[in-house]
Write a protein that binds this ligand. Sequence first.
Ligand code: UDP
Length: 237
Amino acid sequence: MEKREELFSGKAKSVYTTDDKDLMIMLFRNDTSAFDGKKIEQLDRKGMVNNKFNAHIMEKLEAAGIPTHHEKLLNDQESLVKRLDMIAVECVVRNIAAGSICRRLGVEEGIDLNPPTFEFFLKNDDLGDPMINEFHIKSFGWAEAEHVEKMKELTFKVNDVLKALFLEGNILLVDYKLEFGLYKGELILGDEFTPDGCRLWDIDTREKLDKDRFRQDLGNVVESYELVGKRLGLSFD
Ligand code: UDP
């Protein structure tokens, strides 16, 4: 697999074309950002930890029948992925109230959401990723109706698989964000699943083990990501 030119560089990852037009290399950098890029830091080992964490989760999702763009881990900070036409919406499922839903609805952090709730956000940094509904997606043509249904279905299926997986490590999956894209007409999961894009709490202490440690200056950011990985059986040496 030959790595060619950089196609896109986001806040924490970069993607490169390869000699295969259907495949890309995704590089997990050490950059960590929050608040629409207003807070940025380099955290040692984070690229490696997130790359291995993501590969593990994507493999579990594939095994559970959820199609993902993940092909294989290439080295410490890079993975080979399918090249998708990304849909510019973010799909969020919440099992417990935290983050923006608390600010928006004035609800207390930590409330169990039964059933889990679902939100769409428009991927647009200039607008601060506003929350949107499925009528907006269809009216503005951001995705086809059938793909909207499929994104909801797959996002909830991910919840069933990952809630159980994290629970085995005594971790609560509080919420998470997914992004989807089209590969040869099929809707599949893209982007990443790492503690940068979800909330994970220790089941006993409710200690935060995700990017809220960075957002809230709690320290031990990468150490907490590693702890979660180790509880899932991963090794980062
Ligand atoms: N999230 C993300 N990228 C974003 C916005 C949110 O990965 O651009 C994740 C976030 O880490 C959390 C979930 O989506 O796990 C819900 O985020 P929320 O709406 O609560 O926003 P936040 O308070 O994180 O800004």
